[in-house]
Design a protein around this ligand. Sequence first.
Ligand code: HEC
Ligand code: HEC
Length: 301
Amino acid sequence: MIPSYKRSPRSIPFVSRPHWSRCLIAICATLCITGAQATPSDPERGRYLVEALMACDNCHTPRTSDGYVHAKRFSGGTQLFSDKDYSVRGSNISPDLETGVGAWSDAELGAAIISGVNPKGRLAPVMPSESYRALTPSDLDAVVAFLRSIPAVKSTLPPQERHGALEPRRATPGAERPFSEKDLADPIKRGLYVASLSRCMSCHSSDVDGAPDPVGHLGQGGRIFRTPAGVAVASNITSHPTKGVGAWSVDQLKRAITQGTDRDGRPLAPTMANLSKAHFSRMTEEDLDALIAWLRTVPPE
Ligand code: HEC
Ligand code: HEC
């Protein structure tokens, strides 16, 4: 069931659950025998999280002006992210054994996703693990199961360059730790979960010292995005009635998030619009309602 893997010499207590995995295998075996439906890790749930919220493709799948190159899904991103501390592309995270992450253990994959480290050390903070740290343990398992289920693509990227301290970025307040299933039953907490996994506040909080500051400037906008399609400035999405989106109706907000339009229905710049069309348009009504309920709680600034 779990593909063979090499064990990491480093122990990562946060996600290393060998004992758990043995339990899960035992539970699965029992359920398979009794014919029950439940599965410990659900790749379809993982697909939903990746495709509707977490948008791994955005950095890890090659792109042309027509959008993602689906035949090379997760074989490495087109965009180069450079800073004084790094010059990196989204890595090959397809299950190819040599050029992708096919030989990684579940714990290693989990650590890259929620702690921003690979077996050799810290990743550049462009890999938004601070947004994914909120994943419930079963949702993290589901994401890993989904990654393992897609076709392997052989593709070697140019070497990644990293120097300096590679400071991790700050999480959205309240989303610094894994959520529980009980948290997800509370609409406001569920909304924060959706916002964190969808990175809303990593883009929409203002930059301080070159990194988004969701703690002091939550949702206040101003980050600049330079892409081949042009320059875009992230909007203020606090509940402020004039500077933010406090006076927008629920329908205007839903349309902005799922179709990438401004309050009047005109298309937003690609940084937001592409995410909306390729990913956020797939959000369930329940998640979208929860997201908007939480957005309304972001203090007006
Ligand atoms: C905003 C861009 C971005 C998004 C979104 C993103 N990543 Fe990454 N990811 C990166 C970059 C850039 C790297 C390479 C960092 C480095 O090498 O220092 C990386 C590295 C990784 C690695 C380590 C691979 C290696 O060989 O070291 C894994 C695993 C990974 N990402 C998985 C994911 C998954 C799964 C998702 C979605 C749930 C995701 N990433 C979303 C940018 C992103
Ligand atoms: C990769 C960065 C990025 C992510 C992630 C992102 N946005 Fe945006 N968003 C932007 C940018 C940039 C704009 C401004 C586009 C423009 O000016 O045309 C924008 C515009 C918006 C607008 C329109 C506001 C206005 O005044 O017109 C809303 C609403 C919005 N985003 C909400 C969200 C929500 C909610 C999420 C999470 C589900 C999210 N965004 C995720 C970058 C992002």
